[in-house]
Design a protein around this ligand. Structure first.
Ligand SMILES: Nc1ncnc2c1ncn2[C@@H]1O[C@H](COP(=O)(O)OP(=O)(O)O)[C@@H](O)[C@H]1O
Ligand SMILES: [Mg+2]
Length: 267
C-alpha cells in the first residue's frame, strides 16, 4: 500500500542537537496518529518539518509522491493550507470575534488586497458557521475570542483549520493546557473531522491515556528517533517505561496506571 505522507530518512539538527534523527515514516490518508515521547524528544520539530516551518538537514518528505521540502512560493503556501497546524496556545486574535477568527482560515485562498480588507463571501461565511456548528460553537460566533474558555478557543482553532479544507491536521499538544473535560471535547472534535472528512490527524500528545483512547496508531519518539510505532495494544508497559525512562515516569503519572510498570521500574 502506498503511503500519502512519507518521511524518508529525515533529520533536523540544531547545532549539536539531533532534534529529529533519521526518521522514516509512512502515513496513510485518514489515519489518526498520536506522537508521544518525553519533552525534547523531537515531536514538535517533526510536525514543523512536515508543515515546513523548519527545513530538514537531511532526507525527504513526500506527499502523494511529491517532495514537499522543495516547494517555494505559491506551491509552499498551498502545502501549508493542505496541512493545517493547531498549537497548544490556540493562536487566535483575541480581540476579534469567533466568526472572524474562523474566516481568517480562508485568507490563504485570498489575494493580497482582499486579505488586507478581510472581505469574505457569503459562501465563506456559511462555511465558517458550518465549521463552528460542528464544534458546537455557533452560540459563541459573535463573542470576542478572548472571552472564551481555553477549550472553546481550541475548538475555534480547529474550526479555523477546517475552513482551510486541509488534507492533514497537525496538532502540537493541543490539549496540554486544558482541563480533562475540555481536553475530551477538543479530542472528540479532532476525531469527528478525521472520521467524517477523512482528514489525516497527526497529534503530539503528552498524556498516554489520550493517545491510547483516540489513536489508530501511536508513534513514540526518543532522542529524535522513532522508538515505537504500533497500536495502543502493542504499547506494553515495558515499552512505556523505555519511552519515558525512570525520570519521565514521574512527569507522566498517567502512564503509571498499572503496578507492573511500578514494579518493573523499581526492580
Ligand atoms: N529552533 C531550535 N533551536 C535550537 N534547538 C532546538 C530548536 N527547536 C528544537 N530544538 C531542540 O531540539 C530538541 C527537540 O525539540 P522538540 O522538537 O521541541 O521536542 P518535543 O516537542 O518532543 O519536546 C530539543 O533538544 C530542543 O531543545
Ligand atoms: Mg513539543
Amino acid at each position: 500500500m502506498s503511503s500519502d505522507l512519507s518521511l524518508q530518512k529525515v533529520s533536523r539538527h540544531f547545532g549539536e542537537t539531533r532534534a529529529v534523527d533519521d526518521v522514516s515514516l509512512d502515513i496513510r490518508s485518514g489515519q489518526f496518529v498520536g506522537v508521544i515521547g518525553r519533552s525534547g524528544a523531537g515531536k514538535s520539530t517533526m510536525l514543523r518539518l512536515i508543515n515546513r516551518l523548519v527545513d530538514p538537514t537531511e532526507g525527504a518528505i513526500l506527499y502523494e509522491g511529491r517532495d514537499i521540502t522543495a516547494l517555494k512560493g505559491k506551491a509552499l503556501r498551498e502545502w501549508r493550507r493542505d496541512c493545517a497546524m493547531i498549537f497548544q496556545q490556540f493562536n487566535l486574535v483575541e480581540r476579534l470575534d469567533v466568526l472572524t477568527n474562523v474566516l481568517i482560515g480562508r485568507l490563504a485562498e485570498h489575494g493580497f488586497v482582499s486579505s488586507m480588507a478581510m472581505r469574505f463571501s457569503d459562501e465563506e461565511r456559511a462555511m465558517a458557521i458550518q465549521a463552528l456548528d460542528r464544534l458546537d460553537l455557533v452560540p459563541q460566533a459573535l463573542q470576542r475570542a478572548g472571552t472564551l474558555s481555553g477549550g472553546q478557543q481550541q475548538r475555534v482553532a480547529i474550526a479555523k483549520a477546517l475552513v482551510q479544507q486541509p488534507k492533514i491536521m497537525l496538532a502540537d499538544e493541543p490539549i496540554a493546557s486544558l482541563d480533562p473535560a475540555n481536553a475530551t471535547l477538543v479530542m472528540d472534535g479532532l476525531k469527528t473531522i478525521n472520521r467524517e472528512d477523512g482528514i489525516t490527524v497527526l497529534v503530539n500528545l503528552h498524556t498516554l491515556d489520550t493517545a491510547r483512547a483516540y489513536c489508530d496508531r501511536i508513534i513514540a519518539m526518543r532522542q529524535g528517533r522513532v522508538f515505537f510505532d504500533g497500536t495502543a495494544a502493542q504499547l506494553t508497559d515495558d515499552v512505556v517505561r523505555d519511552i519515558y525512562g525512570l525520570e519521565g515516569l514521574r512527569e507522566f503519572n498517567e502512564a503509571v496506571t498499572s503496578t507492573s510498570v511500578h514494579s518493573s521500574v523499581l526492580a
